[in-house]
Design a protein around this ligand. Sequence first.
Ligand code: PBG
Length: 334
Amino acid sequence: MHHVTDTFARHPQARPRRLRRGETLRRMVRETRLSPDQLVLPLFAIAGDGVEEPIASLPGQSRLSADLLARRAARAYAAGVPAVLLFGVSDEKDAEASVSHDPNGAVQRAVAAVKDAVPDMVVITDVCLCAYTDHGHCGLVVDGEVDNDASLEVLARAALSHARAGADVVAPSDMMDGRVAAIRELLDAEGQSTTAILSYAAKYASAFYGPFRDAAGSAPGYGDRKGYQMDPANGREALREVELDIAEGADMVMVKPALTYLDVIARVRDITRLPVAAYHVSGEYSMLKAAAERGWLDERVATMETLTAIVRAGTDLVITYAAEDAANWLQEHA
Ligand code: PBG
């Protein structure tokens, strides 16, 4: 909206700096308010008990067995973080990604453990095959190619196993066409109609997933993900991906990564009334950590500026490895 009177005065009458005098006044006219309620903490689930494996490329993050993961989730919840996004990490890989839908898999056990320890915490699970296929691609490979339609059934079975373990929300990140509908259909047929779907609708083929692939052991053994993830040069296509996922039954849509796609977040915000999420991914987090370790950036100020920018662009939720730190910093201010 454009108000003529806003632009009527000029210097020396107009002085925007008047409203920047003192933190109290700045707080009053602040346009974007980041709240811990908007934050989602990603966690990596592994098999076993009492196992913690720190992830070198993601300082402060670890792969955790279900018991320790539930404790970590409880700590984040106490700090004000309402939700976790769980990833399964598995040494057992095969051509069919069988372990992706094993009811006793690491992620399924972690879901149950978190719901048991912190019943009110929202548990979101990442649904993908890349941590379970022997080639590391996000779908099944048939005749040397990632076969879209053959992958849908396995993805839907993985999502169902997460829902049965107690997940509140399943989040398909594979970028196969039609997976939202396939998942919705199987969940509904199996009595899981209350499980929501957060689709990674506009997920780009990004260099910023590097540290995550170390953490999850999910780097493709050959080739890359450009045949299914989006070209970073495309903005309009993201809107088409979002529209298709909404038509298929997505309850929330995601843009990923966040910082290099703020324009896409803003455009997606404009075309849907559904909640929008943005994923501040591993590489974005590790860049801040690495620069802070060298004393080149103030970690806290740079992190809060980054998260605020992502919310300012139009997202409702931010998925970030810095969720717990950010929630603590926000409570200190309150
Ligand atoms: C699985 C998946 C990835 C991420 C989330 N889900 C990796 C990828 O697509 O290669 C990346 C998350 C991050 O970098 O923090 N497909």
